[in-house]
Design a protein around this ligand. Structure first.
Ligand code: PMP
Length: 411
C-alpha cells in the first residue's frame, strides 16, 4: 500500500469529469499525462466564463466586452508570472505551447546571438521540439548543434556536458524533465556552468510545470517554456518566459498586428515585450483556463502533488518489476512521474493496444525523442506517466493488463 496523499484523492478525482468516463466497458485509467493531462471543472469553467461574460478581441476595442476580455487575459498573465516566479508580468509571453516557445527563442535569440562556427549545446534526451528549431536556425546562421551524452541510467553525463561547453558555446538549451525517461536534470548546476562560459540558457519546462515548484529566477535560466495542456490547463496555450532585457534585445518572431508601435512602408518600429512577441489575435480565453490550472495546482500544493506522484511511480516500478521480461528504460536518481519500459518479445504498440482494451491509456512510440531511443537501442517504449489524480488501483490494472498482453503474445 502506498501512503495516502496529502489531499483527498477521491474528491480530487471528482473534480475531473472525464475520469468517470467508461472506455471499452471499463472506467478509464488515464496514465498518459506526460502527453497531455485531463482538466478539472475549474479550468473548464474559467474558459467558459470568458466566453460567457467578457469575450471580444483584446487590446483593441474601446467597448466594454473588449475591456473585460483584456482584463481576463492580462490578469492571467500576472497569475502565470507568479506561478513561475517571474519578476514582472511583462516577461510572460503567451504562446501556443512549448513547441512555439522554443521555436520563438531559437529563431529570435538564434538570429541575435549566433554566427558562423558558434555552438548550441543540447543534451541527448531532448524532445524534437528542442532539437529541430535549433537545427533550422543553425542552417541560417552557420552555427553548429552539439548534444551532450546521456548515461545508461538516463542521466545527463555532467562531465561530458562540462567538457563540451567551450568559448564557441553561445546557447545551452536543455529539457528540465525528460518526457521519455522522467529524468529531472540538475538545471541549477547546468545554469552555473553555462553562466561561467557566458552562454544563454534556455529550459524546456513542458514536463516540469505539472510536477515541480518553479522559480525561474532561482533556476538561473534566461528563457523558460511550458505548455498549459500538460499542467491541467487547456491546449493551445503556454508560456514563454524571458529576461526582460533579452526580450527587449532580440528581434521579434512573427510580424503582424499588435506587435508594432508604428508601421510605414519605409520603416516599422516594434512594441515593447510582451506585445512584441504576440502578433495577431491570440488564444483569448485559454489564458484564463491556464491561470485556473495554476490555481488548482497551487491549491493542492505542488510539493504534495509531487509527493503523491512519486509514491504512485515507485509503486508502479515495484509492480512492473514483477512482470517477466520487463525492463524499465530510465532509472535516474532524480525522476518525475514517468515509467518507460520495454517487454522482451512484445512490441510496445501491442502492449498499448492490449492495455487500451482494458481501459488503460499509456503512450507507446519514440515520444518525439528519436535520438534518445537510438541511444538506448530501442525503436520505441511503452510509457506510463502519472498525474495528481492517479491511484494505486490504476497501477494494478496496468500490471494486470501487461500480464494479459504476455499471455496473448508470449503464450
Ligand atoms: N518538450 C517536452 C519535454 C515535451 O514533453 C513536449 C510535449 N510532448 C514538448 C516539449 C512539446 O510540447 P507541446 O507539444 O505542448 O508544444
Amino acid at each position: 500500500m502506498i501512503s495516502a496523499p496529502a489531499y483527498d484523492l477521491e474528491k480530487v478525482r471528482a473534480d475531473f469529469p472525464i475520469l468517470s468516463e467508461e472506455v471499452r466497458g471499463h472506467r478509464i485509467a488515464y496514465l498518459d499525462n506526460a502527453a497531455s493531462s485531463q482538466k478539472p471543472r475549474a479550468v473548464l469553467d474559467a474558459v467558459d466564463h470568458v466566453y460567457e461574460t467578457g469575450y471580444a478581441n483584446i487590446h483593441r476595442g474601446v467597448h466594454v466586452l473588449s475591456e473585460r476580455a483584456t482584463e481576463h487575459y492580462e490578469r492571467s498573465r500576472r497569475r502565470m508570472a507568479k506561478f513561475i516566479g517571474a519578476q514582472s508580468a511583462d516577461e510572460v509571453i503567451f504562446v501556443r505551447g512549448t513547441t512555439e516557445g522554443l521555436n520563438l527563442v531559437a529563431s529570435s535569440l538564434g538570429r541575435y546571438a549566433l554566427g558562423e562556427g558558434d555552438e548550441v549545446l543540447l543534451t541527448g534526451m531532448e524532445h524534437h521540439s528542442n532539437i529541430v528549431p535549433w537545427q533550422m536556425v543553425a542552417d541560417l546562421t552557420g552555427a553548429k548543434v552539439v548534444a551532450a551524452p546521456v548515461t545508461d541510467r538516463g542521466e545527463l553525463d555532467m562531465d561530458a556536458f562540462a567538457a563540451l561547453l567551450n568559448d564557441r558555446t553561445r546557447i545551452v538549451s536543455v529539457v528540465h524533465v525528460s518526457n521519455a525517461l522522467g529524468t529531472v536534470n540538475p538545471v541549477e548546476e547546468i545554469s552555473r556552468l553555462a553562466r561561467e562560459r557566458g552562454a544563454y540558457l534556455v529550459l524546456d519546462g513542458a514536463q516540469a510545470a505539472p510536477h515541480l515548484k518553479l522559480d525561474v529566477q532561482r533556476l538561473g535560466c534566461d528563457f523558460y517554456c511550458l505548455s498549459g495542456h500538460k499542467m491541467y490547463g487547456p491546449s493551445g496555450i503556454g508560456v514563454l518566459w524571458g529576461k526582460k532585457r533579452l526580450l527587449e534585445a532580440i528581434p521579434p518572431y512573427q510580424g503582424g498586428g499588435e506587435m508594432i508601435r508604428t508601421v510605414s512602408f519605409e520603416r516599422t518600429t516594434y512594441a515593447e515585450p510582451p506585445a512584441k512577441f504576440e502578433a495577431g489575435t491570440p488564444n483569448i480565453a485559454g489564458p484564463a483556463g491556464l491561470a485556473a490550472a495554476a490555481d488548482y495546482l497551487d491549491g493542492l500544493g505542488i510539493p504534495e502533488v509531487a509527493g503523491h506522484e512519486a509514491r504512485v511511480r515507485e509503486y508502479a516500478e515495484s509492480r512492473l518489476s514483477e512482470v517477466p521480461g520487463l525492463r524499465v528504460v530510465g532509472t535516474a536518481r532524480e525522476k518525475a512521474a514517468v515509467v518507460s519500459f520495454v517487454v522482451d518479445g512484445v512490441h510496445p504498440h501491442d502492449l498499448g493496444t492490449v492495455l487500451d482494451q482494458e481501459g488503460v491509456a499509456v503512450r507507446t512510440g519514440h515520444h518525439c525523442t528519436q535520438p534518445l531511443m537510438e541511444r538506448f537501442g530501442v525503436p520505441a517504449t511503452a510509457r506510463a506517466s502519472f498525474g495528481l489524480y492517479n491511484t494505486e488501483a490504476e497501477v494494478d490494472r496496468l500490471a494486470a493488463g501487461l500480464r494479459t498482453a504476455l499471455e496473448i503474445f508470449r503464450p
